[in-house]
Design a protein around this ligand. Structure first.
Ligand code: ZN
Ligand code: ZN
Ligand code: ZN
Length: 274
């Protein structure tokens, strides 16, 4: 399985549009892996995690398309992960080759579903022909494409989930957005399934974090907790992502801090092979 990290920033991106803090100014000057767009990933070429405001530009940047998309999994309804108006582009006349919308499953919580329904209700000429699938934190389901998903409660916003996804015999943990994982989530992750990859929310960077989002210290703690519970083994790829300029550390500083803990630092365009 190939995980293409399309965006690795928190909500306002990094550099943030209105911000002249040191971290934003440094990112503007240094560029490269310090430039982070809003979060989301493409797995192989048919599974999309979230669909944020930068998705179209990210696909252009990577030379990729969504023609083969079968499933979108929405972690939650925040606008860095979910922009319902962008879902229109799968439909004629915005796509001129056979539109795939009718065969794409949209999995999200009830707020995501309400947002999509409201958006399509405003645009009456466009029928909502996606396959709408609702889930709630705690649910376990299999998509039409065959991905097995455990949605687990996040410490974030009402209805938010972190996801364990099993695809083609590999299992990954999509751990953002969330602060310290609730007990039910840690218990679910202790059921004996070893992870091939685990991704963590590191919004707070140099700050401790823990409430709503994690930071460096709490990412290391959560990775340790999942190791104790045997979800993480020596074979698990560990990746921190979803960084805010408020966390201050630039990409190279993050790499230096996380290295002793065996955790990689995500950047836009990173490919994780599991
Ligand atoms: Zn977010
Ligand atoms: Zn800033
Ligand atoms: Zn969020």
């Amino acid at each position: 399985m190939e995980i293409l990290m399309l965006g690795t920033a928190a909500a306002e991106a990094w550099p943030a549009p209105f911000c002249l803090c040191d971290a934003c100014e440094k990112a503007r000057k240094l560029g490269g892996k310090n430039i982070r767009t809003r979060p989301g990933a493409l797995i192989d070429d048919d599974l999309k995690i979230d669909f944020g405001p930068d998705t179209v530009v990210q696909l252009i940047r990577e030379g990729r398309h969504l023609r083969n998309l079968k499933t979108i999994l929405f972690t939650h309804q925040h606008s860095d992960h979910f922009v319902p108006s962008e879902l229109l582009w799968a439909k004629f006349p915005f796509t001129r080759t056979e539109p795939p919308a009718g065969s794409i499953e949209l999995w999200g919580n009830r707020f995501v579903h309400e947002g999509i329904r409201d958006e399509f209700a405003k645009k009456q000429q466009h029928k909502l022909d996606y396959v709408m699938k609702e889930f709630a934190p705690g649910d376990h389901f299999t998509t039409a494409a065959g991905d097995e998903v455990w949605a687990m409660p996040a410490d974030h916003v009402e209805g938010a989930s972190v996801l364990r996804i099993r695809r083609k015999g590999k299992t990954i943990f999509w751990g953002h957005d969330s602060g310290i994982y609730p007990a039910a989530t840690l218990d679910r992750l202790s059921d004996g399934i070893a992870l091939d990859a685990a991704l963590f929310d590191c919004t707070y960077g140099s700050e401790r974090g823990g409430k709503g989002h994690l930071g460096f210290e709490t990412v290391v703690e959560m990775a340790g907790e999942l190791r104790n519970r045997k979800a993480i083994t020596d074979r698990t790829k560990l990746v921190a992502t979803h960084f805010s300029h408020g966390g201050k550390w630039m990409h190279d500083e993050l790499v230096d801090r996380f290295k002793p803990h065996g955790i990689d630092v995500a950047y836009d365009g990173m490919i994780i092979n599991v």
